[in-house]
Design a protein around this ligand. Structure first.
Ligand SMILES: CC(C)(COP(=O)(O)OP(=O)(O)OC[C@H]1O[C@@H](n2cnc3c(N)ncnc32)[C@H](O)[C@@H]1OP(=O)(O)O)[C@@H](O)C(=O)NCCC(=O)NCCS
Length: 273
């Protein structure tokens, strides 16, 4: 008892920003899991590692995580590379990493955290099953599954976690319209393309707005796209139902509060081959 009163746990893993010296240790963790992730992370982290954090135990990197600020939405962050040393999994280090990260984001006023993972199978093994179970245990909710997103047969799973309380109230009044102005190839998808949109000016009568969808679909076909994705704000969907229906776009669901409280991101796709 006496010892207990004076005791304290010295050391233990330390959560801190990633430094250049950590690069080897971080890449080692990722390479333990998947060769493709390792190659991708090496390229990405070489460009910079702002927003990345490590868990270091007696000088050795035993965990990594990070957050990327969303370029399209205020106060939204996407979880970045998150790995725990295979020899240290199941000890609670993932929980420490995740809670330390979300604690920092909350302090920074981040409203919502999104997490992407998948159902990638390698030689019969569901590579992200542990990660999906882990994120659910951390309180994140599976908000959408986008079939065939990464490749034919490999879906994107996106989880969401509210970091601040979302103000209540009714949905945004809506009624605005959207116009598709281009397409872009998606980095994380094999021959998957995304539609680029803008808010249609003066769209008082959404019925009269030409969404430009058919033109962009034929562009995507000409580029040899396998699948085309649409991700549009819920308050600008007034003119889209008909256009999506006519062209065969499937609606898969939404990322809640993505663009702001009660303005969601509606996600759909069209197979082109
Ligand atoms: C996912 C990962 C980060 C979890 O780290 P960890 O340190 O093992 O996790 P913890 O020990 O803190 O576990 C917390 C909870 O997550 C869940 N969990 C963790 N690993 C699990 C597994 N293999 N199967 C099922 N649930 C699991 C459990 O509910 C666990 O709580 P419990 O121990 O009370 O049952 C780690 O397994 C990992 O690095 N996986 C490989 C990398 C990866 O897939 N990263 C995600 C890329 S999208």
């Amino acid at each position: 008892m006496v010892f207990g009163m004076f005791g304290g746990k010295k050391g233990g893993p330390q959560f801190r920003p990633m430094e250049r010296n950590d690069m080897g240790g971080v890449l080692r963790l990722i390479s333990q899991h998947d060769e493709d992730d390792f190659e991708e992370a090496r390229e990405e982290l070489r460009e910079g590692f702002e927003g990345m954090f490590v868990l270091a135990d007696r000088g050795k990197v035993v965990g990594v995580t990070g957050g990327n600020v969303d370029p399209h939405s205020d106060d939204v962050v996407w979880l970045s590379w998150t790995y725990v040393d295979v020899e240290r999994q199941g000890e609670g280090l993932g929980t420490t990493l995740f809670n330390s990260m979300t604690g920092l984001l909350k302090n920074d006023g981040v409203r919502k955290l999104f997490i992407n993972t998948s159902d990638y199978m390698d030689e019969g093994e569901d590579m992200y099953a542990a990660a999906r179970a882990f994120y659910e245990k951390m309180g994140a909710t599976l908000e959408i599954q986008l079939p065939d997103y990464h490749a034919a047969g490999e879906a994107r799973f996106t989880y969401g976690l509210n970091l601040t309380r979302t103000p209540g109230g009714s949905d945004h009044p809506g009624g605005g319209a959207v116009r598709f102005t281009g397409i872009e190839e998606l980095d994380e998808s094999d021959a998957g393309w995304g539609l680029i949109w803008e808010e249609a000016e003066g769209a008082t009568d959404p019925e009269n707005v030409d969404s430009g969808l058919k033109e962009q679909i034929s562009k995507a076909r000409n580029k040899g796209a396998r699948i085309l994705f649409a991700a549009v704000p819920s308050d600008l969907c007034a003119n889209l139902n008909q256009a999506f229906g006519e062209t065969g776009f499937g609606h898969h669901g939404r990322l809640l509060d993505y663009f702001g409280p009660n303005v969601h991101q509606e996600l759909g796709s069209l197979h082109l081959r």
